[in-house]
Every structure is written in C-alpha cells, then in structure tokens.
Design a protein around this ligand. Structure first.
Ligand SMILES: C[C@H](O)[C@@H](O)[C@@H](O)[C@H](O)C(=O)O
Ligand SMILES: [Mg+2]
Length: 468
C-alpha cells in the first residue's frame, strides 16, 4: 500500500453536524416500535493538513442525534492532532483508544450513544484512508494483504471463538479466485431486497401500489413490518403474498416488539404466509431468547435474523455461539465502524452464518455495499443466502449514492466510503437551524426547540449558580 502518501499527513480538525430529515411526515421508516422516525445522522468530517478529508456518519432516527453529536465532540481529541501513519498502521490500537477512552468508556462501553459516535469517527477515518489510496473502500479492503487487514481488528473479547491466526488463515485461503469474484462484483453487483413498500404506517392501497411498481422493476425479495396487531399483520401478509405470489420471497421484521413466547406464538400465526425470516423478534440483548425463538420456528421453516441493534462483536459472538441467529445483520454504524464489522464478518464465516446487512436509514446502503462486496470477494466467496437491504429514500443527498440496477448493488467506483453528502443538503437539513427546518417550524409541522424554555431547571453560571 502507498503508505508514503500519508506518511506526514496530520489530522488538523474534526467537525460534526446534526443532520435530520423529516421522514416521519410520510411514515417512511415506521415500524412497530418506531412509529415516527425522522431519519438523521451525526455527520463527521475529518480535516487533514492536506486536501484529503474523510467523511463518516452514524445513523439515528431523530431525537437523541444531538447526544451522538456531543459524544463525537468529546471523543475528537483521540484523533485530532495525530498523524495518519500511526493511526492506520496500528488501526486496532487506535480503535481501542476510541472505544476504551479511560473515562468516557464508563458511559459505554462499546455500546449505545458512545459506540455510535465511535462509528461516525471510525467510518470517516476509513473514508479518508480509501481516498488517499484512490480506491473505493471495498477495493481498499480487497487489495489489503491479509496481515494488514487483520491488523485493523481488535481481537479482545473474541479470541475464544476466533484468533488472529485463524482469521489470517481464513483470508489466506480465500486469496485464490479473488480476481474472478471481483470481476463478478464489477459486472453483476450484489443482490438486494427491498423494504420500501413495507413500512408499518403505510396504507393498504400504498403498499399494494408500491409492491406492484417494484415487481414491475424486477424485485423478487420484499420485507414488511409486523408486530403491532396480529389480525392486521395477517391481513397485510396476505395482501403482500397475493401481490408477490408464491415464487417471490417475503421477510418480516418486528423491531423487538415481542417477549420470547409472544414472538413464537405470533410467528406461528404468520407461518402460512411463508416468511423467510423474522427479524428482531425480541430484545437485541436477549441472546438465549433468540435461541429459543430460532429453535421453535425452525420446524416451520422460519429463520431468525437480527443485528441492526446488536451493540458489539461480543453480543454477535454469543448470538453465533448460541445458534440464536440464522442471518447476521451487521450494521455499518451500530458496530464501532469498519474495524468491528470486519471482525463480525469473520466470526460469521467461522459459524457458517450468512451476513445480510441492515441498510436504509441515512447512508447505510452506501456503506454496507462496500462491506458485503469485500465479504464476497475475500471471506465468504458466495452470494448464497446473502442479500443486502435496499430502501429508496434520501439518496439524493449523497454525492455518490449507491447504484442499484436489476436489483443488484453495483460496485462503487469512486474513492472513499460513499457517504459524502452535498453541502447544500447539509445546510438545508442541519437541525435546528437549516433552512428546511426553519420552514417546518414556521408552518407548524414541527415545534422549534428554541421557541419554548427547556423543561429542565437550568444552572446559570456567570459567577453563581441559580436554581429556578
Ligand atoms: C426505524 C427504522 O426505519 C427501522 O424500522 C429499520 O431500520 C428497519 O428495522 C429495517 O430493517 O430496515
Ligand atoms: Mg429491521
């Protein structure tokens, strides 16, 4: 690799912005637990003392995005001022510095707001590295020597199932045939399924109309939301089955709505509609609960998928150890960025569980395509049982959005991790001062957070503390 290109480069600063889109107005993205998501992200730019910048983000669904922004600001000192060489040559170490910052880790560790913030920064670092090497991220990963790739992973807490040596071995074994697989990605791309017709807040008429449109575009795999009302789910599953026919695939997603027994009972009722998987049937932390559900549903031919809220590689490790998942749904920024995602792909390979990434949101489609292509070329070597989620929202805000043709993600050609957004979009949707938000406040669709006093008692400084 062209290490010399960044040998002397230093990170001179980092900016983070609170970007939100008012998607709840149309119920886009709605599910049984999140009826009104406003797709958002903490958007990070890493500035160097050269012209190279790195862009990264972490997806959230509105309120709380400011917490991720604040956590990014608190973590920025870990990378700002550093040279790129020590960062990238010891990326596992840098990643550990971010995830284990000696005091901040208390408000994690490796989970929740703090881990999302780590992801936004780490994703920006990878974007920067790929740009410096003039390669799309997938190609940067594919061209890495196995030793270099493995050097980016922090194996702590996972060595009991996958050692560094085993990971190296796995990657070395897959070196043969890499060129053919890379060609296949370039010529054909990676298969996708679509979620855009299945949001819970959509009317029957809208679901049918959207499905018919997607079928005419050639889509064969569809995911819909379930979990709010059993009778309503049966009705919606029936509509979808009637429209898509027996030969196309249906997946259902409950977004953690149920307890374990409820999940099993509910899914038995939906079994006649032949869903391939039930996604997030219960709490993302309930490893053994997932195992129980998976075991109960196996005879019905229904698989269990989860991962979009699986907080780190340790929980994935246990889900895999406990045979609790049939599909592993990595999320590009719920895990702590690319380094940890690579670790989970390698563990999934060891347990022979296919990875089907969670996407949609803001920028997730853009990111996961790179990861899944690397997996195909360098780790799993197959597309069997593997498919990337696709949602046709918000792509217009990205400079180089994903391209999906004939239901396949095409291999990105532009250097980086594909998450750079247009400055105009950032200006419009920065919360709460962006021009679109000002419009939404003035027409009364949203409440301006600054228009009324905060609901907490303020400490005012200026020499003394006043409790109102
Ligand atoms: C609130 C969000 O739209 C979720 O419903 C979404 O990420 C979903 O779980 C999915 O699998 O796409
Ligand atoms: Mg989901």
């Amino acid at each position: 690799m062209a290490h010399t290109t960044y040998a002397a480069t230093r990170i001179r600063g980092l900016s983070v912005r609170d970007i939100r889109f008012p998607t709840s107005l149309e119920a886009d993205g709605s599910d049984a637990i999140h009826p009104d998501p406003d797709y958002s992200c903490a958007y990070v730019i890493i500035y160097t003392d050269t012209d190279f910048k790195g862009h990264g983000l972490a997806f959230t669904i509105g309120r709380g995005n400011e917490l991720v922004v604040a956590a990014v600001k608190s973590l920025a000192k870990v990378v700002v001022g550093k040279k790129l060489r020590p960062i990238f040559e010891n990326f596992a170490g840098t990643w550990r510095e971010l995830t284990s910052e000696s005091q901040m880790r208390w408000v994690g560790p490796e989970k929740g707001v703090l881990h999302l913030a780590v992801a936004a920064i780490v994703n920006a670092l990878w974007d920067l590295w790929a740009r410096i090497e003039h390669k799309p991220l997938w190609k940067l990963l594919v061209d890495m020597e196995p030793e270099t790739l493995v050097s980016t992973i922090d194996f702590r807490y996972m060595e009991d199932v996958l050692t560094r040596e085993e990971a190296l071995q796995m990657l070395r074994e897959m070196q043969t045939g890499k060129n053919n697989r890379e060609e296949r990605m370039i010529n054909r791309g990676f298969p996708a399924y679509i979620t855009s017709a299945g949001w819970l807040g959509y009317s029957q008429e809208k679901i049918e109309r959207l499905l018919k449109g997607f079928i005419s575009q050639g889509w064969r795999h569809f995911k819909i939301k379930v979990g709010q009302d059993l009778e309503d789910d049966k009705r919606r599953c029936k509509i979808v089955r009637d429209v898509i026919g027996e030969e196309r695939t249906l997946m259902v997603d409950a977004n953690q709505k149920w307890s374990v027994k409820e999940a099993v009972d509910w899914m038995k009722e939906l079994a006649p509609y032949k869903p391939r998987w039930i996604e997030e049937p219960t709490s993302p932390d309930d490893i053994l609960g997932h195992a129980t559900i998976a075991e109960a549903l196996r005879p019905l031919g229904i698989k269990v998928a989860t991962g979009e809220m699986c907080q780190n590689r340790v929980v994935f490790k246990q889900l895999l150890q406990a045979k609790a998942i049939d599909y592993c749904q990595i999320d590009a920024c719920r895990l702590g960025g690319v380094n940890e995602v690579l670790a989970v792909y390698l563990m999934a390979k060891k347990f022979n569980v296919p990875v089907c990434p969670h996407a949609g949101g803001v920028g997730l489609c853009e990111m996961v395509q790179h990861l899944q292509m690397w997996d195909y070329i360098c780790v799993s070597g197959t597309t069997k049982d593997r498919i990337i989620e696709y949602v046709d929202h918000l792509q217009e805000h990205f400079k180089h959005p994903r391209k999906v043709v004939s239901c396949h993600y095409l291999a990105p050609k532009i250097a980086g991790y594909s998450v750079e957004m247009w400055e105009e979009s950032l200006m419009k949707y920065e919360y709460p001062y962006g021009s679109e938000w000002k419009k939404l406040f003035s027409c009364g669709k949203y409440q301006d957070p600054e228009a009324s006093p905060p609901p907490w008692i303020e400490h005012r400084t200026k020499g003394k503390i006043v409790y109102r």
